[in-house]
Design a protein. Sequence first.
Length: 250
Amino acid sequence: MKAMRNVFGVDIGGSGIKGAPVDLDRGDLTRERHKVLTPQPATPDDVAGCVAEVVGHFGWSGPVGITFPGVVTANTIRTAANVATEWVGVDAARLLGDRLGGLPVTVLNDADAAGVAEMRFGAGRGRKGSVVLLTFGTGIGSALFTGGRLVPNTELGHLELHGHDAEKHASTKVKEDEGLSWQHWAHRVQKYLAHVEMLFSPELFIIGGGVSRKAEKFLPLIKGIKAEIVPAELQNNAGIVGAAMVAAGG
């Protein structure tokens, strides 16, 4: 039986929920993505309603892969740093599948999904050493690969930096909230990358999230990191693509 080559991907973020059908042969969206704002507070029921709105926008009726900003094991949510704590312990695949009328649903960590996509179709293609993808947004997500294989749910945004979670010091949201210049923010990112490099010695950092579209404004300002640093090629669509890939079993 021929494998399905189009699967729907949804990326749940702290500020927005976006999705689109994905062509798994090309690693690209088949239609322009649809996005809605993440409800505040981002409770399971309200977020599920938004996911249903995104999927329903396309009249989709097949498998759906969905990312979540936290630790996910066997489709169950274990941590929820940037959404409502009511998510912890929820079988997200069951909840979201019910809201989607029984469609088959797979749920995984958002940065892991982005990493899977970048390793197949983007900046990590062909890299077999240690690779760390970091998504900068409301928080900092991470995906660690060694020998091309994912080590799931690393959550390196919660490493301690200056006495706080690193994402409270160097996320894109912090840059915006504190009105940091690119220079100032790049210096914070540099300190964070140096800490991650000390712990994991990757050969490559892939910088993802929406800010990857503006890589030229801050990557040249980051100094002293031994690993190669590149922007994500799929940019902010990586989570959607990776979610669809995992839902398809790839």
